[in-house]
Design a protein around this ligand. Structure first.
Ligand code: SF4
Ligand code: SF4
Length: 183
């Protein structure tokens, strides 16, 4: 006796599934095992598509989005004003921050009157979509084109990247300013 199960097809490729009694031979699973083995053996001689990272490194796409960087301006000041738009636009809810008010004498450190005292990205949540970069009105966060990957680690806490790992190195800001002036 067979029971036909009607399936709803969203792709337009409708398939009817029937549930019929298995024969003695089918219940032995011998044919199925042999079929499976044939498939496995066939794959042994095919070109391997697995990349043996880290010994082997894949070619990066020209539009690759790498690790985040919190940008400084030409004077080395942090651009971020802790408005929170990046966190709001993040679909993975990976960004958290704490805002602080710039004090007198800190004008050389922070470009705006408000800055991010704490800025953290949870790299375990991040999907590198780049929406934080697009949402930022201050040109403060961007996903670098450097091929640097988020390193593997054993502790979850090590994947929370704070300002120490995110803020652009001062030397890089100075170099960028020099290049801009030269052009
Ligand atoms: S790249 Fe996407 S997922 Fe990652 S922090 Fe930015 S908005 Fe969130
Ligand atoms: S990185 Fe940009 S969007 Fe995010 S808090 Fe800073 S200024 Fe706002």
């Amino acid at each position: 006796m067979s029971t036909a199960i009607q399936s709803i097809s969203l792709s337009g490729k409708k398939k009817e599934v029937s549930k019929k009694e298995m024969t003695f031979l089918e219940r032995l699973y011998l044919i199925a095992i042999i079929k499976g083995l044939i498939i496995t053996i066939k794959h042994l001689f095919r070109k391997k598509i697995t990349v043996q990272y880290p010994e082997q490194v894949r070619q990066f796409s020209p539009v690759y989005r790498g690790r985040h960087m919190l940008k400084r301006d030409e004077q080395g000041r942090e651009n971020c004003t802790a408005c929170g738009l990046c966190a709001l636009s993040c679909p993975a809810e990976a960004i958290t921050m704490k805002a602080a008010e710039r004090k007198k004498g800190e004008e050389h450190l922070y470009r705006e009157e408000k800055y991010a005292e704490i800025y953290e990205i949870n790299m375990l949540r991040c999907i590198f979509c780049g929406l934080c970069e697009e949402a930022c009105p201050k040109d403060a966060i961007y996903l670098t084109i450097s091929k640097e990957l988020v390193p593997a680690n054993y502790d979850r806490e090590d994947f929370i990247f704070g300002k120490d790992k995110l803020v652009m190195p001062l030397e890089m800001a100075i170099k960028n300013a020099q290049l801009k002036n030269a052009n």
